[in-house]
Design a protein around this ligand. Structure first.
Ligand code: GLA
Ligand code: ZN
Length: 646
C-alpha cells in the first residue's frame, strides 16, 4: 500500500523543491504526480521544448527515493498554440469558439490539436523513458465526454451516424423525427444541439447518440496517447484519472486499453445527520474497482476542505485524512495519491486545501497524513490482495446518461439507485462489486439491476440464464423502459424483464418528493418516494403492497421463482431500511455469510490473496463506535479503521 502526493513544481520557487522532497521522504511519501497542466512550461513556444526544470524535479525526487507519475498536459494547451490555431478550441452551443481562461480548452478531435498533443506526448515519452523513477503515466486530466460544436466534431458525428444507420430515412425512423416535423432530408442538416436548450426539450434518441459518440471520442483520444507511450516504452503503465463528472466517459471502454484505473476521490467533509443521505464513497470505490475488476489507484485524494467553484466546505474532520485513504485501500485501491502536497497560493484553486496550508507550516492535517504514511508501510503484506464478492450491482453508463437527459421525477437519481442497493448489502459487511452491465456475471449469487433503463439484449439474456441456473436477480423501477435508441418500448413494463419478474406495471405514479407508504406481508411499513409502479402479479407473489393513495393494496415489491432462481422486483424508491430488510432475506437464501449486527455507518470489507486475508472495519462516522466481532469488542474512533488479519 503506497501513499503519494500531487505536486506542482512549476507553482513553487525552485528553492523549495528539495526541502519539499526531503519532507516527503521523511514523512513516507512514495510517489508524486507531476506536470499534468504544465504545457506552457514544457513547450514555451512552438517546437521549443524545455524539460530541464522537470528533469531537475524528477531527479530531486529520485534522490529522495520517490517515484514519479507524469501527467500529459493535453488538458491545457498554451496560449501561443491557441492563438496560432484557434480552431483547436472547442466550440460552445452558441456556435461560438469558447474563450480561453479556465482549462479543458481543446477539441480532442481537432486534427491540428492532435498533431501538437501527439508531439508533446511523444517528446515526453521519448525523454522520460530514461528516468528510472518515472513509473507510470497519466493521460490528460479528468477526461469528460462533453459535446463540442465545432465543424470537425459535427462532420465526425455525421459520419458516425452514416455508419450506424446507413440512410437518412433509417435515421429518421430510429429517432422518430416525424415528431415536431424534425425529419432530415440530408446528412448536412444533422447539427449539434445549438441554443443551450435544456436537454429535456431535445430528442432523447438524438441526444443519447451524441453522448455515445462523445464518450467514444474520449476513449479514442486516450488510446491515441497510450499508443505513443507504448511505441517508446513497451510495457508502460498508463492510466487516466477519472471521476463522476456531468458527462461521464464510457468507463469500461476507456480503461480497456489502459493498464489501471485511477479515480479522484473527494468524500464529503460535512457529514449529514439523515440516515437516508448516503455520503459514503464506498459505492464509488467499488465501481472504480469494478471497471477492470482489479485493484486501482486514487490519483487525487481529499486532503483538506474543498472550495473554489463552490463556497469553501468544512475542513477534513480529525480522522478523515487517514480514514478515507484506508477506506480506499479497503475497497481495492493499492496506491493513494493525496491532492495536494501544499495548497496553491495562486490561481483559481487557492481555496481547495491540500495537506499543508498557504503558510507552508505543516499542521494538524499534515500530522495525520504522516501517521497514514506510517500505517501504510505496515500494510505491505496486503499488496496484491483483492476483494471477492458474491453480490454485484450492474452499472450502465448509457442508462446514467439517458436519465440525465430525462430526469424522470423530482429527486430521482440513477446514482442514488445504485447506492441504495449497494449499501443494503454492504450494511451486512459483505463485499459488493459494482460492474458494467456487459461484464460476466456467472460467478455471483446475487445480481442487482437498479433502474436498467436502456435495454441491451445481451444483458437481458444473461440475466435470464443467471436466474434460470439458480441466481437471485433484483430488478427495480425504470428498468426495461427504453430500447437502444432511447425510445419507449411498446410493451407493458418492465417489458423484457416481465417474464423474469413475474409481474407487470399496470400504471405508474411519479410522486417526486411526496411520500407514499408500503407494508410488507409481515407488517413492516416503510416510506417510499420518487416513483410508484403499481404492480399486478402474474407468476410472482407480492411481498409488500402500497398502503397509501388510490393504489393502496396493490403490490409494490414482488418475488418470483424463475427456473432454479429468484427474481425480486422493487417498484418504488424506499427507505434504506426497506432495502436492508430485502438484502438480509437474499443473503440468507443465497447462503452468503454476513454480519447481522453492525452499527450504522460501520463498513466491513475483506481483501484476500497471497495467503493473507484481512478484514477492514471502518467507522465512517464522526462518533466513536463499538463493533462486536468474533466475540470481541472493537472500539473505533471517528473515521477510525481496524485491520484484522485472519
Ligand atoms: C480535480 C482536478 C484537479 C483539481 C481538483 C481540485 O479533481 O483533477 O486538477 O482541480 O479537482 O480542484
Ligand atoms: Zn470539436
Amino acid at each position: 500500500m503506497r501513499i503519494g502526493v500531487d505536486y506542482y513544481p512549476e507553482h513553487w520557487d525552485r528553492k523549495m523543491w528539495s526541502a519539499d522532497a526531503r519532507l516527503m521522504a521523511e514523512t513516507g511519501v512514495k510517489l508524486v504526480r507531476l506536470a499534468e497542466f504544465a504545457w506552457c512550461r514544457l513547450e514555451p513556444s512552438d517546437g521549443v521544448f524545455d524539460f530541464d526544470w522537470l528533469d531537475d524535479a524528477v531527479r530531486i525526487f529520485a534522490d529522495h527515493g520517490i517515484d514519479v507519475v507524469i501527467g500529459t498536459p493535453t488538458n491545457c494547451p498554451p496560449r501561443w498554440l491557441c492563438e496560432k490555431h484557434p480552431d483547436i478550441l472547442p466550440v460552445g452551443d452558441s456556435g461560438k469558439t469558447n474563450p480561453i481562461g479556465i482549462r479543458g480548452h481543446r477539441c480532442m478531435n481537432s486534427p491540428v490539436f492532435r498533431e501538437y498533443a501527439g508531439r508533446i506526448v511523444d517528446r515526453l515519452a521519448a525523454h522520460y523513458k530514461n528516468f528510472g523513477n518515472v513509473i507510470a503515466w497519466q493521460i490528460d486530466n479528468e477526461l469528460e465526454a462533453n459535446i463540442c460544436y465545432c465543424e470537425t466534431c459535427t462532420d465526425k458525428h455525421r459520419e458516425w451516424l452514416k455508419n450506424k444507420y446507413g440512410t437518412i430515412e433509417a435515421l429518421n425512423r430510429a429517432y422518430g423525427n416525424v415528431v415536431w416535423s424534425g425529419e432530415y432530408s440530408s446528412w448536412e442538416q444533422v447539427d449539434p444541439p445549438y441554443g443551450g436548450y435544456n436537454p429535456a426539450w431535445l430528442n432523447p434518441a438524438y441526444m443519447l447518440d451524441l453522448r455515445r459518440r462523445a464518450a467514444e471520442d474520449v476513449t479514442e483520444f486516450a488510446e491515441f496517447q497510450a499508443d505513443i507511450f507504448r511505441s517508446h516504452i513497451p510495457g508502460a503503465k498508463i492510466t487516466t484519472n477519472t471521476w463522476f463528472c456531468s458527462n461521464i466517459p464510457a468507463f469500461r471502454e476507456l480503461f480497456a486499453d489502459l493498464d489501471f484505473v485511477s479515480y479522484d476521490n473527494y468524500p464529503a467533509t460535512g457529514i449529514p445527520d439523515d440516515y437516508e443521505d448516503i455520503y459514503t464513497h464506498a459505492p464509488h470505490l467499488d465501481l472504480m474497482r469494478g471497471i477492470k475488476r482489479k485493484d486501482f489507484w486514487i490519483m487525487e485524494q481529499l486532503s483538506g476542505g474543498i472550495g473554489c467553484w463552490m463556497p469553501m466546505q468544512k475542513t477534513t474532520r480529525p480522522g478523515m485524512i487517514k480514514g478515507y485513504a484506508l477506506q480506499a485501500f479497503a475497497h481495492g485501491a493499492d496506491t493513494v495519491v493525496h491532492f495536494r502536497w501544499r495548497t496553491a497560493n495562486t490561481g483559481a484553486e487557492m481555496h481547495w486545501h491540500g495537506l499543508i496550508d498557504h503558510s507552508n507550516v505543516p499542521g494538524r492535517r499534515f500530522a495525520e497524513f504522516a501517521e497514514l504514511c506510517r500505517e501504510a508501510e505496515g500494510l505491505a503484506d496486503l499488496r496484491g490482495t483483492e476483494l471477492h464478492a458474491d453480490a454485484a450491482v450492474l452499472f450502465s453508463p448509457e442508462s446514467e446518461a439517458a436519465f440525465k437527459l430525462q430526469p424522470q421525477t423530482d429527486g430521482f437519481s440513477y446514482m442514488e439507485q445504485i447506492k441504495l442497493i449497494h449499501q443494503a448489502f454492504a450494511r451486512y459487511g459483505v463485499n459488493v462489486d459494482i460492474i458494467d452491465e456487459h461484464e460476466d456475471i456467472s460467478q455471483y449469487k446475487i445480481i442487482c439491476v437498479p433502474a436498467l433503463y436502456i435495454v441491451n439484449d445481451d444483458t437481458v439474456s444473461r440475466l435470464y440464464s443467471f436466474a434460470r441456473s439458480g441466481g437471485t436477480v433484483v430488478i427495480t423501477a425504470r428498468s426495461g423502459v427504453k430500447d437502444s435508441n432511447n425510445n419507449c418500448i411498446m410493451e407493458q413494463l418492465p417489458t423484457v424483464y416481465k417474464e423474469l419478474a413475474g409481474c407487470h406495471v399496470s400504471e405508474y405514479d411519479p410522486i417526486g418528493w411526496s411520500r407514499a407508504k408500503l407494508r410488507f406481508t409481515d407488517g413492516a411499513v416503510f416510506d417510499c418516494r420518487q416513483w410508484c409502479d403499481i404492480l399486478e402479479t402474474d407468476t410472482a407473489e407480492a411481498l409488500a403492497c402500497y398502503d397509501s393513495d388510490f393504489y393502496a393494496g396493490k403490490p409494490a415489491v414482488t418475488v418470483n421463482r424463475y427456473g432454479s432462481g429468484t427474481a425480486y422486483y422493487i417498484g418504488t424508491v424506499g427507505e434504506r431500511r426497506m432495502y436492508e430488510k430485502l438484502a438480509k432475506t437474499m443473503l440468507d437464501d443465497s447462503g452468503i455469510p454476513y454480519i447481522a449486527e453492525l452499527p450504522e455507518n460501520v463498513e466491513v470489507t475483506v481483501r484476500t490473496g497471497n495467503g493473507v486475508a484481512a478484514m477492514f472495519v471502518f467507522n465512517n462516522s464522526g462518533s466513536e463506535k463499538t463493533v462486536h466481532l468474533d466475540g470481541k469488542d472493537i472500539t473505533l474512533e471517528p473515521f477510525g479503521m481496524s485491520i484484522i488479519r485472519k
